[in-house]
Design a protein around this ligand. Structure first.
Ligand code: NAD
Ligand code: UFG
Length: 338
């Protein structure tokens, strides 16, 4: 068997795209996912893109026995850890569950890795650890602070993993701070499937385009930004997935960990994204201005120097491609539901 990468949360949005890129690059992949926010069918979709399916184990990363069995069954050389709960709103309602799943889950995973002697880890962190940034673009050295239980769970995981690496230099850990992942695989076969009404901008736009909502609510037009609406660093999920391969190469070659932003370095406002969507698809998105959403920051985009210099990686896909691919995927979801 080839060297294998364990992907936790691999039937989810970012994990499935990363599974594709790893398999296309010749890696063997085993996925562990409890399917709490994804479907088994995604593995078949990944197989249609790559020509073969990843190994799939349905289970929870808090199940130590299951993890030991997985490490005993495959020649795993590194873990990419995506499994987690990610809704800021839900994290207020279910703070204990978020801590247990995200922080407890990560602790359980690293304990199993330690038992198996696998000490190379790529972790899904988030720009949420920067809270309200003092300035943009945000460098990795910016102060860390969070404003909600989800963000706190990511920061606690980062702290735990930093501690582990400091205490034992056999550990090689990449903490990847994602900005705003959007879009879908160009095949239209895999993408993001928000449950219920989406909180995030891009899936809401595609659902308006599909006629599921009459208009987009634009949360605030009085921010100190180019047009008053919130500015974010949208990154195509395929670029993001490729960033994970670059991080894995870094760990292998340098033999030490890294904390790095994965973003494009460009800020795009809500109204700019709406205009880009119309340009990419020809579909008008009706919108209305609403009050600011509590907890939102005006502007959040990444400093990307470290990713370029250390990982030799940069995001390449345009905002137009993000919109076109998100729309192709929305159409597939729509057709599946009809
Ligand atoms: P997702 O919900 O699509 O994927 C997460 C996957 O993890 C799901 O398939 C879910 O079933 C699985 N999972 C959750 N808890 C589990 C557990 N205890 N055991 C096994 N499987 C479990 O989310 P995503 O957008 O692909 O995000 C992946 C990771 O990236 C998450 O950790 C998230 O916090 C982080 N992240 C996401 C974003 C974003 O905007 N999507 C931004 C920054 C960071
Ligand atoms: N927005 C709207 N209308 C909507 C949805 C969003 O105007 O229906 C606006 C928001 O106010 C914000 C921008 O679009 O200005 C982006 O909002 P998203 O919800 O798509 O993304 P956020 O940057 O607010 O949140 C994301 C993740 C969080 C993470 C946060 C910080 O969803 O999990 O980035 O990293 F915590």
């Amino acid at each position: 068997m080839k060297n294998t990468i364990l992907i936790t949360g691999g039937t989810g949005y970012i994990g499935s795209h990363t599974a594709v890129e790893l398999m296309l690059a010749g890696w063997d992949v085993v996925v562990v996912d409890n399917l709490c926010n994804s479907e088994r069918l995604t593995m078949e979709r990944v197989a249609s893109i790559c020509g073969q399916a990843p190994h799939f184990v349905q289970g929870d990363i808090r199940d130590a026995v299951l993890l030991d069995k997985v490490f005993a069954s495959y020649p795993i050389s590194a873990v990419m850890h995506f499994a987690g709960l990610k809704s800021v709103g839900e994290s207020w309602q279910q703070a204990a569950h978020y801590l247990d799943n995200n922080v407890g889950g990560t602790a359980c995973l690293v304990a199993a890795m330690e038992r198996a002697g696998v000490r190379r880890l790529v972790f899904s962190s988030s720009a949420t650890v920067y809270g309200q940034p003092d300035a943009v673009p945000i460098p990795e050295s910016a102060p860390l602070r969070t404003t909600n239980p989800y963000g706190r769970s990511k920061l606690l995981c980062e702290d735990m993993l930093r501690e582990l690496q400091t205490a034992d230099n056999r550990w090689q850990i990449a903490l990847l701070r994602y900005f705003n992942p959007v879009g879908a695989h160009a095949s239209g076969l895999i993408g993001e499937k928000p449950s219920g009404v989406p909180n995030n901008l891009m899936p809401y736009i595609t659902q308006v385009a599909a006629g599921k909502h009459p208009f987009l609510r634009v949360f605030g037009d009085d921010y100190p930004t180019v047009d008053g609406t919130g500015v974010r660093d949208y990154i195509h999920v395929v670029d993001l997935a490729k960033g994970h391969l670059a991080a894995l190469r870094y760990l292998e070659q340098e033999g030490k960990g890294i904390t790095v932003n994965l973003g494009t370095g460009s800020g795009v406002s809500v109204l700019q994204l709406v205009a880009a969507f119309t340009q990419a698809t020809g579909i008008q998105i009706p919108y209305q201005i609403f009050p600011r959403r509590p907890g939102d920051v005006a502007s959040c985009y990444a400093a990307t120097d470290l990713a370029r210099e250390a990982l030799d990686w940069r995001a390449k896909l345009s905002v137009g491609a993000m919109c076109a691919d998100a729309w192709r995927w929305e159409n597939l979801v729509k057709n599946m539901q009809e």
